[in-house]
Design a protein around this ligand. Structure first.
Ligand SMILES: *Cc1c(COP(=O)(O)O)cnc(C)c1O
Length: 378
């Protein structure tokens, strides 16, 4: 067992030593599951290079430890240079791509020093690159807007932008990438349209192609081009609306676990928690678990949101507090203080908890709080 946190000494080190002290909550990061999911990507796209998206602290899984576990990825994708520098400072040598490129020209010296790859998505960035330091060559991807309408050059401008980059001696154009807007809906025709728009835009323009995020990779074979860019599926989560990891042959990487810290018996009519939003319909046992929105558990999780205690599903009741939640133990009255709890992960899909909180698994994973120790396990 090793510590996957971000360099803090407490409470991670305490938990990795003899015995656990402090709150019992922790997020276990399963290396084997991580590697299994990367292999799943390889199976689906054997001819593609793989950029693993590890932005947002590797979707909450720990940036540096994710980079190490995914050591044989062809590249790592981050949102900004601060994440890239954390990787380099930790000794990670894998190529790193800044998926939103640079925000200011002063970043270019660091881009060169640390051999980072940049995306260029608008003309201001293009100018910064063209006018920037020419001491060494910078690797560049051009982002094409094929219909997501968030970042990227318009299809009709792509040939011109590429030509300007190729003319510039200190820039090395790798190729063109685009991002899919609706690929999480398997039946959505817009994805086919985006792929078509992208290929038309880059036709006859030199360079490699990259289209697929996780959903594209799984459901649109045409999007498995030179480079694929999986994120969520690496963490063992289905990229599809209403989907489950198991259906895609993926294994959950993060298991958020804690313990029952109290079992109380209340009377019919007693109100539980803030605002008294749960009224006991009869005399009943109520369990309290050390996990709340201060840990990243979603405050908007509905009554009935499943929680796994000793492998048994019990429903959430009342409002989620900062440090605690309450559960209805009527169906499992043998549950006692100290029993192990899984909030999501092995045995309880994070997708299901996300649905019960009207959000997506991506958000739950990235919102794991800094106070939750990340513990790597095999
Ligand atoms: C985050 C990101 C991805 C990965 O998306 P998933 O849906 O998590 O697979 C791919 N490409 C870009 C540009 C991204 O920012």
């Amino acid at each position: 067992m090793s510590v996957a946190g971000m360099g803090k000494t407490s409470p991670q080190q305490q938990k990795s030593g003899q015995g656990i002290i402090g709150r019992p909550i922790q997020a276990r990061i399963n290396r084997t599951a991580f590697q299994h999911n990367l292999n799943r990507v390889r199976e689906l796209a054997p001819d593609s290079q793989i950029l693993c998206a590890i932005k947002a602290n590797a979707y909450g899984h720990g940036l540096v430890s994710a980079a190490r576990i995914l050591a044989d990825a062809d590249a790592l994708g981050v949102a900004g240079i601060d994440e890239a520098l954390q990787l380099r400072e930790a000794g990670v040598q894998t190529p790193v791509v800044l998926l939103e490129g640079i925000f200011h020209s002063s970043e270019l010296v660091l881009v060169i020093r640390h051999k980072l790859t940049v995306v260029v998505h608008q003309s201001g960035q293009l100018d910064m690159l063209l006018d920037g330091p020419s001491s060494a060559s910078i690797q560049v991807w051009v982002k094409v807007d094929s219909g997501m309408h968030r970042l990227g050059f318009l299809p009709e401008d792509v040939a011109d932008v590429s030509e300007r980059l190729r003319q510039c001696g200190h820039l090395n154009l790798i190729g063109h990438m685009t991002h899919l807007a609706n690929a999480d809906e398997r039946k959505d025709k817009f994805t086919n349209r985006q792929i078509e728009i992208f290929f038309n835009a880059v036709q006859g323009v030199p360079g490699l192609h990259s289209i697929a995020n996780s959903a594209g990779l799984v459901a649109w074979p045409e999007s498995r081009t030179d480079w694929v860019r999986p994120g969520i599926m690496l963490y063992g989560v289905s990229p599809f609306a209403g989907g489950r990891a198991v259906d895609e042959g993926l294994l959950p990487v993060m298991t958020l676990q804690s313990e029952v810290i109290a079992v109380n018996h209340y009377r019919k009519g007693d109100a539980v928690g803030y605002g008294g939003s749960w009224i006991c319909p009869e005399d009943m046992p109520v369990g309290v678990i050390a996990a709340g929105y201060g840990d990243g558990y979603p405050r908007h999780a509905r009554q009935g949101c499943p929680v796994l205690i000793n492998g048994k599903r019990v429903p959430l009741i009342g409002r989620v507090s900062m440090d605690m939640i309450s559960v209805d133990l009527r169906q499992h009255p043998a549950i006692k203080c100290g029993d192990p709890v899984i909030l999501w992960g092995e045995g309880l899909p994070v997708e299901e908890v996300a649905e019960a909180a009207d959000t997506i698994a991506y958000e739950l994973l990235c919102h794991i709080s800094a106070r939750v120790p990340l513990i790597e396990v095999e």
